[in-house]
Design a protein around this ligand. Structure first.
Ligand code: DP6
Length: 392
């Protein structure tokens, strides 16, 4: 009998950004955040976890085929330890099942998007680890309860345990028990919500989220202002989602992205995640909205220069058309939705971007996706481990 589970988990991109910890060990944030879960048909992490008494003592984990050390006291170690403790609790209540909690683990994880794309893989990866262990251990915990563990792997990971539109409530308890993710609305509530990821070239090594946000907490006085306005934005964007009010959703998303990058600039030494291409994409989206006479697109940027543009499916033809025109990509764009692009709206002022557009490859590639579901359980044929318990 093989005791194994394979799951996949989605990427999420925040509209209200998490940036700052009040407790760095437990990963408790300075503010609540809200994200859209992206479709796993396009971007996902897959993880297989197996427990076997014949494995050599000690747990092992591989990420994209390369062994990763599970450092004692580190984030991965904490997640595995907490999940095992829940399994042990279960075994103590009912000893008829296999004593999985006492067996060594072999875990293999794989991201279907290149790390070089600069997309955060920690959120989907850590959420997937927690989802697969929860399945292997047959845990009764809800996704919100599981989010308490994923949060300790990487803050933003807690939001990847749900599909649709997801809030991470900051909570107030020092133990972290109420700092968890919950669904604001399922994907089916607003399936027309699409996202276009513009992968922007970046030669320099950026500042990691973990160290960047800590520096902001220590040095930025503007962060205090941000923490005063974010609760109002959380309420307003949740309402916009409930009412499927794209204009409000988009305005809040753009304002919060800009507010996040403003506190980065206010950090000492300053942190620059946006580059000239990122700023040109902002100008393009703002002009598209102006010329359209209504807000049809919203940009948002995480800890790097890549843009994520949220838009309703019906408006993607003009948005993709505009991005293609000003930012010719190196890679061929394989659009799973086969969008028929449209020309710029009448009155669009081409001077806001750059005369003649940008050089080929300034935007390396595009990924067109949409709002998606939460972690999925996959069949044994999708296992990433071979008979010996090492990656296939
Ligand atoms: C800009 O979750 O990567 O993407 O908790 O230290 O692992 P750690 O940080 P991480 O930070 C993500 C920051 C962000 C905004 C967001 O996703 O909300």
């Amino acid at each position: 009998m093989v005791y194994e589970a394979t799951t996949s988990a989605p990427v999420n991109i925040a509209c209200i950004k998490y940036w700052g910890k009040r407790d760095t060990k437990l990963i408790l944030p300075t503010n609540s955040s809200l994200s859209v879960t992206l479709d796993q048909d396009h971007l996902r992490s897959t993880t297989t976890s197996r427990a076997d008494p014949s494995f050599e003592a000690g747990d092992k984990l591989w990420l994209n085929g390369k062994e990763d050390v599970i450092k004692e006291g580190g984030r991965l170690w904490v997640c595995i330890k907490e999940m095992r403790a829940w399994r042990k609790e279960l075994e103590e209540k009912d000893s008829t099942g296999p004593p999985l909690s006492s067996w060594p683990l072999r875990i293999a994880s794989y991201n279907n998007f290149p790390t070089a794309a600069g997309l955060a893989s920690s959120a989907s990866g850590l959420a997937c680890l927690v989802a697969s262990l929860s399945k292997l251990y047959a845990l009764p915990q809800t996704p919100s309860q599981l989010s308490l563990i994923a949060r300790q792997g990487s803050g933003s990971a807690c939001r990847s345990l749900f599909g649709g539109f997801v809030a991470w409530r900051e909570g107030s308890d020092p133990s972290g028990i109420d700092s968890l993710a919950e669904e604001v609305a399922p994907r089916d509530h607003w399936p027309e919500m699409h996202a276009l990821i513009c992968v922007v070239s970046d030669a320099k090594k950026g500042t990691s989220s973990t160290s960047g946000m800590q520096r902001t907490v220590e040095t930025s006085s503007l962060l205090k202002n941000r923490l005063e306005v974010v609760p109002g934005r959380m309420g307003a964007i949740s309402k916009a989602i409930q009412e499927k009010d794209f204009e409000s959703f988009a305005r809040i998303t753009m304002i919060d992205s800009n507010s996040f990058h403003a506190v980065c600039l206010d950090t000492s030494p300053p942190i620059f995640y946006l580059n000239d291409v990122s700023r040109a994409i902002i100008a393009l989206v703002e002009e598209l909205n102006r010329a359209s006479g209504k807000v049809i697109a919203a940009y948002t940027f995480d800890a790097g220069p890549n843009a994520v543009i949220y838009a309703l499916e019906e408006n993607m033809p003009v948005i993709i058309g505009a991005v293609n025109r000003f930012f010719p990509t190196n890679e061929e764009f394989e659009d799973p939705f086969k969008t028929q692009t449209k020309d710029l709206p009448e009155g669009f002022d081409v001077r806001v971007v750059r005369e003649g557009g940008w050089e080929k490859g300034a935007v390396k590639g595009l990924i067109h996706t949409r709002v998606g579901d939460g972690p999925r359980t996959l069949g044994e044929e999708e296992s990433l481990l071979n008979d010996q318990g090492v990656p296939k």
